[in-house]
Ligand binder design. Structure first.
Ligand code: NAP
Length: 496
């Protein structure tokens, strides 16, 4: 591995699912001169950070994993966060990635030098800068907890916990707990809290669409089949993939099938909630799919437990003792759980990125982020994004999308090294055409149908989701089309 002085072939930022996946694919291509810079002391990203009680993935594990690292031992259809973290750690050791990881390395910024074709990677804590021919920015969109902008937040004297930084030492027994938020994290946390706490008040701003979840334990025989029958795991994965793909018509696009999804969710609500007033409070007023669909069998029952209460009055302020709602009631709480999502930089970048000619990516993205096929950006050669702009699925596994991005970017990095390129950069006109089409297609999607969600900027620009099938997303990334890029060799020859 290179020293700080000798440029690396690749610097990967982040040891979550994406960074580890990219590292595995690089090694499989014979590219070994790379490091993974990880700010924490452990791998796993989202699955290291989200350890709240009930944390699990609402996509089946067979599909929420890499096809190149099948796991016959998933314990359930939908696995919990600890098992997913174990899966990531097993990959890290099984594929020989650990020696490449530099823990406790926080990246502070990236700057490209056109003359040498190298990125300089700034590091916190006085560590020397690194240089690399390519950078993979795999820091993840959901890495930093987001607290709501509610007056009085700083004056609260009780205990506060964010869903993505759980405090396992706090004893909820007998405590008065308030939960703010009713999104994907909250619906997993609330049933667990209701079992432990004295009382739970759930502060809901917007009710979501909730679909039933059928979670089965995988028995020994099935695991045996996965282990011994060639192709059994990939067949099961394909079946799950196409099952999810088929719901895109109702979840991604506003269509008559969206009504079908809504009817299934309403039947689930009617089946689980008897009280018509509560049902009304829990009935969404936006199209299914617009916000992330929630998948739970125990959320509605938990809300109806004796020690749980749904509060739908808007929060006016946080007081030293609890939460004050708009009608003037103060709800005292020993602890407030913030299931309020993440700080998301749709209009900026997680770290400063300076590209060719001193351009600043955050400035270019001020109106909303955009990229070419979500992975590369004109003006920022040899920089590769995972979970970049418009790479999110609403109906299928993020890991399928991630795998497509990783294969694409590792092919491109292979090209840079094989041809000894100084710069590989998407052509701006191709990028513009790609995004114009993308935004036209987004207009017909459920996400852009008029609800507030973390997918959209304040102005309603969708820089997050990919408007199509997973198959389309993967197909557009199947191999690097040289016509999309400007390639510059070391002696400044531009290959057109
Ligand atoms: P989220 O979806 O952004 O939900 C945040 C919740 O907090 C929403 O209910 C929001 O209400 C509420 N909120 C925010 N500010 C508020 C305020 N000032 N007053 C009252 N309520 C407020 O966050 P999340 O649940 O952590 O999920 C984020 C993403 O993580 C998901 O979309 C998903 O991609 C991922 N995730 C996945 C899984 C999984 O199983 N795969 C599980 C958890 C999370 P509004 O709806 O009114 O804005």
């Amino acid at each position: 591995m290179s020293t700080a002085n000798k440029p690396l072939d690749v610097a990967i930022i982040g040891a979550g699912f994406a960074g580890i996946g990219a590292a595995i694919r690089l090694r499989q291509k014979g590219i070994t001169d790379f490091v993974i810079l990880e700010r924490d002391e452990r791998v796993g990203g989202t699955w290291r950070d989200n350890t709240y009680p009930g944390a699990a993935c609402d996509i089946p594990s067979r599909l929420y994993s890499y096809s190149f690292a099948p796991n016959p031992d998933w314990s359930h259809t939908y696995s919990g966060s600890a098992e997913i973290l174990r899966y990531i750690e097993t990959m890290v050791d099984g594929f020989g990635i650990r020696p490449h990881i530099r823990f406790g390395h926080t990246v502070t910024g990236l700057e490209f030098d056109e003359a040498t074709g190298l990125w300089t990677v700034g590091l916190a804590d006085g560590r020397p800068k690194l240089r690399a021919r390519s950078v993979v920015l795999a820091s993840g969109p959901l890495a930093n907890p987001g607290f709501p902008n509610i007056p009085g937040l700083d004056r609260y004297e009780g205990h506060r916990i964010h869903s993505a930084r759980w405090d396992h030492d706090y004893d909820f027994t007998g405590k008065k707990v308030a939960v703010i938020g009713t999104g994907a994290s909250a619906v997993q946390i609330i049933p667990e809290l209701v079992r432990k706490a004295g009382s739970v008040k759930v502060f809901q701003r917007t009710p979501g669409w909730v679909l039933p979840r059928v979670n089965r334990r995988t028995n020994g025989l099935t695991k045996q089949v996965y282990r011994q029958v060639p192709g059994a795991q990939s067949l099961a994965r394909e079946a799950w993939f196409w099952g999810h793909e088929s719901v895109a018509l109702g979840v991604v696009w506003k269509s008559p099938l969206t009504r079908v999804v809504e009817q299934v969710a309403l039947a689930h609500l009617r089946g689980q909630v008897r009280d018509p007033w509560l049902r009304r409070q829990l009935t969404p007023d936006f199209r299914a799919g617009c916000k992330r669909l929630l998948i739970s069998n125990d959320y509605y029952p938990a809300l109806q437990a004796e020690n749980c209460k749904l509060v739908t009055w808007p929060i006016a302020a946080i007081s030293p003792q609890g939460i004050r709602t708009a009608e003037g009631i103060e709800h005292r709480a020993d602890c407030i759980v913030f299931a309020t999502g993440f700080e998301i930089s749709k209009q900026g970048t997680p770290i400063p990125v300076i590209g060719r000619d001193g351009r600043v990516l955050a400035d270019e993205w001020r109106g909303g982020a955009y990229a070419f096929k979500s992975v590369t950006v004109a003006g920022y050669p040899n920089l590769f994004l995972t979970f970049g702009p418009n790479s999110g699925p609403g109906h299928n596994s993020a890991l399928v999308y991630m795998e497509a991005q990783i294969d694409y970017l590792t092919d491109a990095i292979g090209l840079i090294l094989d041809r000894d390129l100084r710069m590989l950069e998407p052509r701006r006109e191709r990028q513009d055409r790609y995004n114009a089409r993308l935004q036209r297609r987004l207009a017909a999607t459920t996400w852009n149908s008029g609800c507030r969600s973390w997918y959209l900027t304040e102005d309603g620009f969708n820089a997050t989701m990919y408007p199509g099938f997973g198959t389309q997303f993967a197909r557009q990334l199947a191999g690097v089309d040289l016509a999309d890029f400007e390639l510059t060799t070391r002696d400044t020859v531009v290959i057109r």
